[in-house]
Design a protein around this ligand. Sequence first.
Ligand code: SF4
Length: 292
Amino acid sequence: MHFTGTVYRNPYWPTWPLLEITQGCTHNKCEFCTMYKDVPFRMTPMEWIEEDLKELAEIVPDAKTIQLLSANPLCVTYDKLAPILEMINKYLPKMEYIYACTRVTDIRNKTVEQLKSLKEMGLREISLGSESGDDWTLERVNKNCTAADIVEQCGKLTEAGIDFWLCFLNGVAGKEHSMDHAIHSAELFSRCKPMLVGTGGLTLFPGTPLLEEAERGEFTPLSEKEMLEELKVFVEHLTCDCYFNTHHTSGIHLSGPDFLKRKDKIIEALEHEIRYGDMDRLAAIRQNKRTL
Ligand code: SF4
């Protein structure tokens, strides 16, 4: 199998096997991200993809799921993507569920009809690395995407019947814009109606512009307690029913389906953690994190 750089997989439920169809990230300029810093973007050659599929056909001929790699494999145009999905179905004929993480902007170059056709070929679920639904925040961290883009591209996915996730990056707006980030993201995500909302917390990694800005006093990171407070405000303003997933460092178990039914309990758990949680322990856990 061909894999380039560190492999990142679906963080919430196992999707196996993995197939690299692109390498690195087309954008690679989000101010907090180190994931693909050392991997220049390129399309994986079709011969490599076919070699990998032949290998998979021998190892897991009955595979029903597969995850496409790397950072944003759906950036490729329909004309290039469709033959890859056809090839997946040829070598793995029991395929039912093709999953990929990708950038919101990668949906722009596909029409609803093309998205419907990709769904027919098995593309069932997409995780969109939105991080925020607040324009100030998206620009501040150089996501190169706007709130309007998120609404428009999610609308196309809904029309095509492809399930999607939206991700909230807790803490990424810094102290001054924390509440705008939380409220505007929750409001925008609620409008888009994703099947899953995922939340992770910002860690400032060496080599990122955001850490350098923090060191120069141009970005004020949230404390662990402020991160939890921001997450609570986000949850309070989120009004769409969805699977809600979080991998906050506190480890409190908030993940599961039926968000609206569980919303009050999630808020209660966050309030308890804000009040009684060991913030030094959470800061120590974050310091030991090596990647998003
Ligand atoms: S966060 Fe995603 S889009 Fe941004 S640089 Fe990292 S991999 Fe690329």
